[in-house]
Design a protein around this ligand. Sequence first.
Ligand SMILES: [Fe+2]
Length: 364
Amino acid sequence: MSTHELKVKYEKLVASFVDSETTTRREFIEKSFNAVFDLIDEAEKGSFYELQDDFYVPTLSIGYDFETLKKLKFSAKDAFIDFESTDDQLIDSYEVHIKKREDAAFSLDTIATFKALGTYENFRSLYAPVKLGKKKVGLICLENFSNLSFSRNSKLLLRLFAQQYSNIFTLKYYKDLSDQKLENVVKVLIKAIELKDEYTSGHANRVQEISVMLAGAMGLSTERIITLSTAALLHDVGKIGISTEILNKPNRLTELEFNQIKMHPGNAKKILDEIDGFDEICHYTYCHHEYYDGSGYPRGLKHNEIPIESQIIQLADAYDAMTSDRSYRKKFTHQEAIRLIIAQRGKQFNPDLVDLLLDLRLEA
Ligand SMILES: [Fe+2]
């Protein structure tokens, strides 16, 4: 392999990581494993193992019958392939030449599986660990059955790949973990509102559902829909700061009481401002009572001044509120709610969103 060829391959390797931030962990694993397989000329078959409960189990393969490969499972301590690296060592790639498996080291079933896969004798394997921080959590294996040694450049490419792959894998792992934590924070906040305001139970989920439908009909990107979805779920989080008597009052609210209710978007802002990475969610929630014609609260924004996400939440919120029983009135039918919403088309609500809502056929 010439220096030029190596350069081209290295560039391809780097390119295979380009959109790794936006892909899921699974898509990332599949895409990069296929990419490295294509880069290593001597690789005829390949498999990817992940550590699950102290066992390396195959989760991907190229060229092998995966149903057969799945029968293999190796303890992290047992040397399936000699692991020369320790946790502290930098990631490297290793080549082994298996002339014949040591029968005594494996069960009869495993030997039979090796034979079925063609990995019982006479092949070479180039492998490298995948690390999460310092801990080995996976194994990339590439096999050659033509008695061909892996070149120095192939070893170098696999090493560079495994290093870069492990870095991104680690970042993704911790990002998933932090997303999970945020999700738990969201759940706790929802629980807190539900305990406070009995009517809200189920309401947040329905507003979320209708908002996502409207956003999908509008053609918003998946990323924006995900953010909107969380904002919709949390839209009334600020009610935590409003007295329970006012929230559940069976009669009409006095002006003073209504002024209290009007504080909930501002309260939401104060709460959600505290969460890192929630800037947009906080903003959408803060604006969910602004009306299209500028007659809403807290700031009297109008038209494009109101984020479309907030306009969506507002319409979804209004529809669900109208079609649910409230402490002070019985629910409206779908037809009655739609009539009320159409009457507010271009006033309280964005006219385009009203049209989209009509197309959703929510009564079904
Ligand atoms: Fe609200």
